[in-house]
Design a protein around this ligand. Structure first.
Ligand code: TXA
Ligand code: MG
Length: 333
């Protein structure tokens, strides 16, 4: 068990941790656990992450175990200031510094040539590393208190929807980790945009919290990895972010007759539809608000008695691109 003491320190023993994670906001306890080589859940502006000292192989291994994540899916390394990119990356390709200046701290992950200091387990043996500087104030305070960066995937069991509240993390991983740092509901709500430099151009591996249009305004056009033959980013695994309830994406009114007689849950952009359950992600039609509400809505419908989830297709612009990407993967099994 873990006991926070009044002077801000804490005593804990690895061996006797069992039971549910503590949910709280005690940064010194979290920093202490991480220095001891333990893993903890932390808030970021995108989704909650399951964090370990990126330079500690044993700690990173626990992340893979707790998530039941396959060893071929590399982790993103989180740094507390822009200049710390150089602690994990060998060099910055053309445009990288401009992207860092424009978007860090924030939901943009750059895939860069890796330094040897980053253990192979973090990157699953490949020569590049995904790096970002998160914008959540608690994540930044924590990183500033540590002298190492944090490797952190989303804090969900592999393949399931990412968590956007501390309670989401507790529901699924609470018995496997000692502490969940509670930073409230995530403001962005979908994971970071991931881009990588492939010798002569930037390639989009995963649409996310920074709109592609905003990135292209800084570095010019970004190639679409989805159209490539290469299975470049494991973030491109088709069945990812998937609820247990079957999901179908398309025009709601056209889909409805196919599921007549079933308890239907609907995820729509702005309008309510007549169904067993319906969640409109943004009544005012704001794509950022819709992205913020997406994963909570998927979880809510998945844990309800709905037999099928129907989701509307969103405008393919701004954060709509990330929403469509996650819904498409939720629908693929
Ligand atoms: O917003 C986010 O990015 C969240 C928060 C916690 O920071 N993290 C996150 O991590 O979404 P994760 O592990 O769920 O997804 C990271 C994706 C992986 O699917 C992986 O394929 C890709 O990033 N990735 C990491 N390193 C890579 C690399 N070197 N090359 C290509 N893809 C990489
Ligand atoms: Mg994930």
């Amino acid at each position: 068990m873990m006991h926070a003491s009044h002077d801000g320190g804490c005593q804990l023993s690895i061996a006797d941790f069992c039971g549910m994670a503590t949910i709280g906001n005690d940064l010194s306890t979290v920093a202490h656990l991480l220095r001891e080589g333990r893993i903890v859940a932390i808030p970021t502006e995108t989704v909650y992450g399951l964090a370990a000292n990126a330079f500690d192989e044993g700690a990173v291994l626990q992340v893979f175990e707790a998530k039941q994540r396959p060893s071929f899916d590399p982790l993103i390394v989180h740094v507390g200031q822009q200049a710390d990119v150089h602690r994990v990356a060998r060099e910055l390709p053309p445009g990288a510094q401009a992207l860092i200046d424009a978007f860090w701290p924030g939901p943009l992950t750059l895939v860069l040539p890796k330094r040897d200091a980053v253990p192979d387990i973090v990157t699953c043996g490949i020569d590049t590393v995904g790096v970002r500087m998160p914008a959540h104030p608690l994540a930044l305070q924590l990183l500033h208190a540590l002298d190492f960066p944090l490797a952190a995937p989303s804090a969900n069991p592999f393949g399931y929807v990412s968590p956007t509240t501390a309670q989401h993390v507790a529901d699924q991983l609470g018995e496997r980790i000692p502490y969940i740092l509670d930073g409230g509901p995530c403001e962005v709500g979908v994971e970071s945009t991931i881009i990588g430099w492939e010798g002569d151009r930037w390639v989009l591996y995963r649409p996310g919290g920074i709109a592609l249009e905003a990135i292209e305004a800084v570095i010019g056009s970004v190639a679409d990895a989805v159209k490539q033959v290469l299975p470049a980013a494991p973030g491109m695994l088709e069945s990812h972010y998937a609820p247990r309830t079957p999901v179908h994406v398309g025009d709601i009114e056209a889909l409805l007759p196919r599921f007549a007689g079933k308890r239907i849950g609907i995820i729509s952009f702005r309008e309510a539809h007549a169904a067993h359950r319906c969640v409109a992600l943004s009544e005012r039609g704001d794509l950022s608000e819709a992205a913020r509400n997406l994963f909570a809505a998927l979880r809510e419908l998945d844990s309800s008695d709905c037999e099928v989830i129907l989701a509307e297709r969103f405008p393919e612009e701004g954060l709509g691109r990330a929403i469509n990407d996650r819904l498409r993967r939720a629908a693929s099994r």
